[in-house]
Design a protein around this ligand. Structure first.
Ligand code: DC
Length: 232
């Protein structure tokens, strides 16, 4: 049976393992991977550098005015075999993964003008097929006609332990409680915001991976993907 190149949307809660799965699927299928969280993190870092986010508050008008000077791009790194985020030509891949950015990103990503700009860019990146895109609103807003949609979640405590391990592996000095608090707060803010809140698309396949290994989950998702590639 013919296998078609399809468009895959992966949404879900913070630290549910979306990017690990999205990257693995994209690599296996030789698809483009788009990490939309990196884009929201990139705008947040930009706002922090421009001193437009301070003490938990965003200068919304100032940020909207300076959006036209914002220049975010992905560039493929052949060593890591991953795309990395650049701000005005400077690699910011490491800087966007810090707790400081995680603490401010929900404030910035709820601003409608920010979303409009990034969603347009994300749709352009998904033109053609053979794409895996992960985020919060991919199956609902960015690519509502995606061929396959997954919604990933896990218990907050499990997600916090995983994120803590990741941050510590990168030499970050954080505590479990700090990470858990951030995970819960981002869940709340992402789900309650007025524009494009985090919610399951009606046609999404839900995966709770609290008790699954990465391998089990990957096998499950790859099988579903291959089946879908034959159907479309
Ligand atoms: O996937 P992540 O944790 O790197 O995403 C960082 C933040 O960006 C997340 O807390 C909410 C926001 N985000 C969003 O609002 N919409 C998306 N499509 C992706 C991320």
């Amino acid at each position: 049976m013919a296998k078609h190149r399809i468009t895959i949307a992966i949404d879900g809660h913070s630290s549910a393992g979306k990017s690990t799965m999205a990257k693995a699927l994209a690599k296996e299928l030789n698809y483009v991977y788009v990490d939309t969280g990196a884009m929201y993190r990139g705008v947040t870092l930009y706002a922090m550098k421009e001193r437009l986010v301070m003490n938990g508050e965003v200068d919304e008008e100032g940020l909207i005015r300076s959006l036209e000077r914002l220049f975010l791009t992905f560039r493929f790194n052949p060593n890591t075999e991953c795309s990395e985020m650049y701000l005005s030509g400077v690699n910011i891949e490491k800087e966007i993964r810090t707790m400081e950015v995680a603490k401010n990103v929900s404030l910035v990503s709820k601003i409608p003008a920010v979303r409009t700009k990034l969603v347009a860019k994300q749709r352009r990146m998904a033109e053609g097929s053979g794409v895996v895109m992960d985020g919060r609103d991919i199956g609902t807003v960015v690519l509502p006609n995606a061929d396959l949609k997954f919604f990933m979640t896990a218990d907050p405590e499990v997600r916090a332990w995983r994120r803590l391990r990741e941050l510590q592996e990168n030499g970050k000095d954080v505590t479990y409680n700090e990470v858990l608090e951030n995970v819960l707060e981002r869940d709340r803010l992402d789900s309650e915001r007025a524009v494009a809140p985090l919610k399951q698309a009606k046609d999404a396949i839900v995966i709770d991976n609290s008790n699954l290994t990465t391998e089990e989950q990957y096998e499950f998702m790859l099988n579903i993907t291959k089946k879908r590639m034959e159907e479309v």
